[in-house]
Write a protein of this length. Structure first.
Length: 131
């Protein structure tokens, strides 16, 4: 049983990457007729598939993080169209249900970077030779 597990995780990663590429292409070409999405460059940073491949959590980030809530709302409004596009291009038994979430990893990275650059922390990390 345990030997099946790695194959499934590789498959979920592969399918997730396929879905990410398809969504990126659809958004880049402007196939979704939505005023909000037309005004923004949206990055699909990651797609996490459920083990049964029926659900996909799509992490997105608008360029420069602008109007994130408006972009998420537009994507959620157009979910049915995007699901049809994915289903027609990925050969799977079931069409995956898409769920759009903001990708917070960039914000977390920026926060950690800011913490490391704080004078108090930089002093401790700098090794100013006072040891």
């Amino acid at each position: 049983m345990k030997q099946d597990q790695p194959d499934k995780s590789v498959r979920t990663l592969r399918v997730g990457e396929q879905v990410r590429h398809i969504l990126s292409e659809v958004l880049q070409r402007g196939d979704v007729h939505d005023a909000t999405l037309d005004k923004h460059v949206v990055s699909i940073t990651e797609v996490r598939m459920s083990p049964d491949l029926r659900h996909a959590t799509v992490f997105v980030k608008p360029l420069l993080g602008r109007d994130e809530e408006a972009v998420l709302k537009a994507l959620r409004t157009n979910t049915a169209y995007l699901q049809r596009e994915v289903a027609s291009r990925v050969q799977m038994k079931y069409a995956a249900k898409l769920k759009f979430l903001a990708d917070e990893s960039f914000d977390e990275g920026s926060h950690i970077d800011a913490l490391l650059r704080a004078p108090k922390v930089a002093r401790d990390l700098g090794g100013d030779g006072a040891e």
